[in-house]
Design a protein around this ligand. Sequence first.
Ligand code: YSA
Length: 347
Amino acid sequence: MLERIKSLREKAIQELEALTDSTSLEEWKRSYLGKKGLVTQLLRQIGSLPPEERPKAGEAANLLRDELTQLYEEKASAIKEAERLQAAKAQAIDVTLPGRRPQIGALHPVTQTLREIIEIFSRMGFGVYEGPEVEWDDYNFGLLNIPPEHPARDMWDTLYIAPPYGKEGNMLLRTHTSPDQIRVMELMRPPIRVVVPGRCYRHEATDASHEWMFYQVEGLAVDKGITMAHLKGVLTTFVREMFGKERKVRFRCDYFPFVEPGADMAMDCIVCGGKGCRVCKFTGWLEILGAGMVHPQVLRNVGIDPNIYTGFAFGMGVERIAMLKHKIDDIRYFYANDLRFLKQFRA
Ligand code: YSA
């Protein structure tokens, strides 16, 4: 009997030492110390031994039960602690891992250019106004001396918003920022000095220099005694601030129904320095904006007396300015959402 107890002890302890989880530990407990467990069975058999063997066998069996019970408890707390540590490790954050870099965006090159333009005009005392992109026909055309059937409307075909139209006439996506000249003059009385940045839309066959959606910056100055000299001075200053002191500018007559006289302004080609290249179509000059003296009828349309006040206005394309600034040869890059292009303009 004592031999059986000894070998049962060795087997039980060996098995116990190999256990690593609480499920198999409970299984072990059942098979040795449970109601039908091997140690329990052994204890029951003591009574059937010859009387002289009983005391020693009983003592040994009881000792085995107590020892295994204690070993079980020690193992149970060791496994519990190990399982607790493992669960904590699974949840833990490894602070030694390298961090993930946040994706930091940047301003779009057109926005950067727009801000630069506005800053230059701010330094010359111009305020900033913003008008609606969805505009009334009358503001986009009529009040700017472009009545229905006027041939200038052909140049500025646009997207019309579906009926019902209000009493103000058709609603459309503005083709230029010039309607905001009217809005500003309805809001303010002279002296006026504002620039109006914003998106414009045209029914346009896109190409390297034309988009169907693009930005303009409108400029307007109205006061007593404003002349073409002020217009030339302000715009020449703008070009030299934006593109460098060495830039030359050229003004030529142009026609816009809402100015008299009208002009376009060009600067010497920044790419070839005025010698002639593909960008300037071998003319040496790059046109950057339309301008002129505000037409007396436009002033009358907003209740400003043209006998007292005069004004100048201009409208420039922001993408075209950005193209010149960065020597970009196709306007379509700006809105193609290609990060290889956009990442080059991280400020
Ligand atoms: C003229 C006289 C004023 O007193 C005031 C403003 C103006 C400008 C006028 N409203 C106008 O829109 N003229 S424009 O059709 O020649 O456009 C002005 C500028 O916008 C162009 O010089 C060009 O830089 C830009 N632009 C025009 N159509 C464009 C465009 N840029 C990109 N895509 C297009 N489709």
